[in-house]
Design a protein around this ligand. Structure first.
Ligand code: 4AD
Ligand code: MG
Length: 435
């Protein structure tokens, strides 16, 4: 009879209360007391306590489970009972099942492990409850973002990863042999996204990007995912507003679909619920004045913000803050200048709350052919590779704007995870490419 019990997932146990189901998973944890085994089973969708009472199951199963170590795989059949005291609200009273593989000596035990050990065992570490929660939040952030752009009629437009030139500064490029030539792994899909915006009006690119960053901060990876919308006939203000609405949509989607995960992460929900418009906006000069008064940084006006500066600004507000109009000298070649103050770029960074710093960076793009060509020359970029990009200004140039969101930084912010290396399945950093 038990073999006929329908297969259920832990995530959907509420639909099976009072029924006998088959759960297929792994033993996350076990405590035994005489005639009882309490198995915390995980099946990838969630965690649930399964109770094996000796007199309710056959003896071989009871003994076999008793011998099982952490992460043994097993199929358990039992009745789903609603129980308010149980974590997750349900418990399974086991009546049958079988051990698929009895595992021994699983390296990641419930005791504390150092980050290096955990990173070396990333392929297994992903099974832990915390990683489960983080990566399900990541999934929901992606879904929330895609829905947001779909609802606004954006087209998803995929840029290449092999590129012939830099987009965001030549010091952070990864070189790859490419037949007889050298290719560079993409630092940003933006330049291609601009071609997409002229073809489709509103697009977003979404994929991995690569930076040979020699920084070992908690905010930097060498491979990370970036989402970059680009909009024709849009200004700096339009881009800021889009970014603000997008962050709210991502937070709301996670709040609506990932409550149990946020609980596992002990995330302060009130702080997420407070992410509502209007967001504060500051110019670079106003932000500089705040930083000059702060004892926590040694900020020098005219320079770009460092991580400590962003932390100070980001801690100053309970909503994300947009900082605009940075000195053009420290920004990328493609940004438009403010006609009222030509030494400032029409750009912005959106800093998350709770000290997380920059989540989004964007700008209005230079749309005048001659000005853009002059900038490319000033930055000593290889002109020949930018001819196609200049074509976008030769044929029907229009004002346009866009930005890039770092996915892992966004996930870290929403999930309340300090180091973004936990927010991507297999992090790549200056020091680590394994596993
Ligand atoms: O500010 P960035 O460098 O901007 C660009 O690449 C533009 N081309 C985007 C555009 O306008 N379309 O990067 C954008 C975002 C940052 O705000 C940050 O969230 C993330 O990408 N980011 C990183 N995330 C993790 N590790 C790194 N090394 C990152 N570098 C940037
Ligand atoms: Mg930036």
């Amino acid at each position: 009879m038990s073999a006929e019990a329908p297969i259920a997932t832990i995530q959907r146990l509420s639909e099976f209360v009072g029924r006998t189901v088959t759960l297929r998973g792994w033993m996350h944890h076990k405590t035994s007391k005489g005639k009882l085994h309490f198995v915390q089973l995980r099946d990838g969708t969630g965690f649930v306590q399964c109770v094996l009472f000796k007199k309710n199951v056959d003896e071989a199963l009871f003994d076999r489970v008793g011998e099982c170590g952490q992460e043994s795989s097993m199929i358990l059949v039992g009745e789903v009972v609603a129980d308010e005291r149980a974590p997750g609200g349900y418990e399974v009273k086991v009546s049958g099942g079988r051990v698929v593989q009895s595992a021994e000596g699983y390296p990641i035990t419930p005791k504390e492990h150092g980050p290096d050990f955990l990173l070396s065992n990333r392929h297994l570490w992903l099974r832990s409850k915390r990683q489960w929660a983080i990566h399900r939040v990541r999934d929901a952030v992606i879904m929330g973002l895609r829905r947001f752009f779909e609802e606004r009629d954006f087209v998803c437009f995929d840029p290449p990863m092999f590129t012939p030139n830099a987009c965001e500064g030549t010091s952070e490029l990864f070189e790859v042999p490419y037949f007889e030539r050298t290719a560079y792994l993409s630092q940003s899909g933006q330049l291609y996204g601009e071609a997409g915006a002229m073809a489709f009006g509103k697009i977003y690119t979404f994929g991995p990007t690569f930076r040979a960053e020699k920084s070992k901060t908690r905010r930097h990876l060498t491979e990370f995912w970036m989402l970059e919308p680009e909009v024709a006939y849009a200004t700096l203000d339009d881009a800021i507003e889009l970014a603000e609405d997008m962050l709210i949509a991502a937070v709301q989607y996670v709040l609506a679909h990932r409550r149990p995960e946020l609980e596992v992460l002990e995330r302060d929900i009130a702080k997420l619920e407070a992410i509502q418009k209007p967001f504060p906006r500051l110019t670079y000069d106003e932000a500089a004045t705040i930083l000059e008064k702060s004892a926590e940084t040694e900020f020098v006006r005219g320079e770009d913000f460092g991580a400590p500066d962003e932390t100070v600004l980001s801690n100053a507000f309970d909503r994300p803050v947009a900082v605009t109009h940075y000195p053009a000298a420290i920004k990328s070649f493609y940004m438009s200048r403010d006609p009222e103050q030509p030494d400032k770029a029409l750009c912005f960074d959106l800093l998350g709350t709770e000290g997380v710093g920059e989540l989004v960076g964007g700008s209005q793009r230079e749309d005048d052919l001659d000005t853009l060509l002059a900038r490319i020359r000033e930055h000593e970029l290889p002109e020949e590779y930018f001819q196609w990009y200049l074509d976008l200004r030769r044929y029907g140039s229009v004002p346009h704007a866009g930005y890039g969101l770092g996915l892992e930084r966004c996930v870290g912010w929403i999930a309340g995870v300090e180091h973004i290396r936990e927010c991507i399945p297999f992090p790549r950093t200056m020091y680590r490419m394994e596993p």
